[in-house]
Design a protein around this ligand. Structure first.
Ligand SMILES: *Cc1c(COP(=O)(O)O)cnc(C)c1O
Length: 468
């Protein structure tokens, strides 16, 4: 399997090269040349596989420059009952007949990003070791992605992480989770500013080609192809857990931000998994729901982006969306270049009078939106009715899932975080704080390791050069 760019101007590359680079050289996103089709008999054979065995069957379709035995070892090393606190890795919870929650948040940082990031950590270490290269990951976080990356990369050979976060702006839990890491390859840089300042510093440094090359600067953002691939696996796992035979269809409700999670579901669909609908749920930042209901894609500015009680879905632009439009436009790179000429200038595009829009409207994706009041209501109702406590993001997914589902099609809602991370909203919904999983009780009292800096990219640069 080789990889091409959605903008059509990159020579095909192999998997290992693609996972170590961010954007394609022509500014597009990398996608596989085609999607593998899974035959009925193969799908039948996958039904009872363990998570790591299923992961190997799926991921190996997308990788042809890593020997099978090595890939198997990387996967087995990643998906352990120890790391994910459950030997099923992504167990399913049934609320009532035909309504399920797929638990994706039992990894070290209690959010679904761990599933892909833990794989990426082991994969990076392997690829770097083989090529003798080093990687210094530079990122900005408002909480979730940064901690997931740090827990995946800590202690890995050849990798350092420099993570910028806004000083005093994360929750006590998030801060403690990141800053309590004592591993010498993890550097927390607390910036006296807001998240956008952190992101700007990362952009400035990433645009300095000379510095970037000299210090082997890379990223682990949501467009990383290996992250998408790893996420395909749990759509299959969840499907098998919710059905008795492969003649049945299911729908998935997906709390969405950068379109990474749901794009993995789109690939599962393209591979032949019997999915009826992928139900995309947004919060108050409804740029994607607006697109799927009007055909107008209108990226927002940082100022227009609202701070909500499902913060990991607070996006202004959905970075993986380009990959989906590329598929729906019959992989016409010229069309993507044309549309994204607007997006890259923060301008909207309108395809409502086109064949492309007709096709998208009739596709396997449907959408809806949720807000603070509704997510609090859903958390309360699900707790009262089923005795299950869900987090605010999952609540958005379930709210929209209930709105859009078809009566006779089982619904699987993806659980993207655990309630323990969002005690304020949980308290508002049910009147008491969520219980933390074992091992997380004393988190805020652990010693913290971080450096504090002003909004100054020069200072960050010299810190990186002193510590590499
Ligand atoms: C990242 C994240 C999302 C959004 O996922 P995308 O892949 O960006 O669409 C939803 N919920 C939680 C808790 C997250 O951390």
């Amino acid at each position: 399997m080789r990889y091409i760019s959605t903008r059509g101007h990159m020579l095909p590359k192999e998997f290992s090269a693609v996972v170590l680079s961010g954007l394609a050289s022509d500014g597009g996103l990398t996608v596989p040349e085609s999607y593998p089709k899974i035959s009925k008999s193969k799908l039948e054979g996958w039904r009872n596989l363990s998570y790591p065995d299923l992961a190997f069957q799926i991921i190996s379709n997308f990788v042809d420059d890593i020997p099978e035995a090595d890939l198997r070892r990387i996967i087995n090393q990643t998906y352990t009952g120890d790391a994910f606190h459950d030997k099923e890795i992504t167990p399913i919870k049934t609320l009532e007949s035909g309504i399920h929650i797929l638990s994706l948040s039992n990894g070290p940082t209690l959010a679904f990003k761990d599933i892909a990031m833990q794989f990426l950590g082991n994969l990076f270490e392997y690829v770097l070791e083989k090529t003798g290269k080093k990687l210094n990951i530079l990122g900005a976080t408002s909480g979730d992605t940064g901690s997931s990356a740090e827990y995946a990369m800590k202690g890995k050979n050849g990798i350092r992480v420099f993570m910028l976060s806004p000083h005093g702006k994360m929750t006590g839990f998030q801060t403690a989770q990141m800053f309590s890491l004592q591993d010498p390859n993890i550097f927390n840089i607390s910036i006296r500013g807001v998240f956008d300042n952190c992101q700007d510093i990362v952009k400035i440094i990433s645009n300095d080609a000379e510095f970037k090359k000299k210090y082997h600067i890379g990223t682990v953002n949501s467009i990383n192809w290996a992250r998408i691939v790893a996420q395909i696996v749990y759509y299959f796992k969840g499907y098998f857990a919710a059905t008795l035979s492969n003649d049945q269809q299911v729908s998935f409700a997906v709390p969405s931000g950068n379109f990474g999670n749901i794009f993995a579901g789109h690939i599962a669909f393209m591979m032949g998994l019997p999915i009826k609908k992928l139900i995309l749920a947004t919060n108050e930042n409804d740029v994607l729901h607006e697109f799927f209901s009007t055909g107008v894609y209108r990226p927002r500015t940082a100022k227009e982006t609202k701070h909500t009680s499902s913060p990991s879905m607070d996006i202004s632009k959905a970075s993986n969306f380009e990959r989906f439009i590329f598929d729906m436009a019959d992989r016409d790179a010229g069309r993507i270049r044309e549309l994204w000429k607007e997006v890259d200038r923060n301008k909207p595009f309108n395809i409502s009078n086109t064949l492309l829009w007709d096709r998208i409207r009739q596709s396997h994706i449907t959408s809806g939106t949720s807000n603070h009041k509704e997510r609090i209501r859903i958390i309360r109702e699900v707790y009262k009715k089923y005795g299950e406590l869900i987090d605010p993001h999952t609540a958005d997914g379930l709210k929209v899932g209930f709105d859009c589902r078809e009566r006779d099609i089982p619904l699987i809602c993806l659980e993207t975080a655990l309630p323990a991370k969002f005690s304020e909203s949980i308290k508002e919904a049910i009147g008491s704080e969520p219980v933390r999983p074992v091992g997380y009780h004393n988190l805020e009292n652990l010693p913290q390791r971080f450096v504090e800096m002003g909004v100054d990219s020069t200072e960050v640069k010299s810190f990186i050069s002193l510590n590499t």
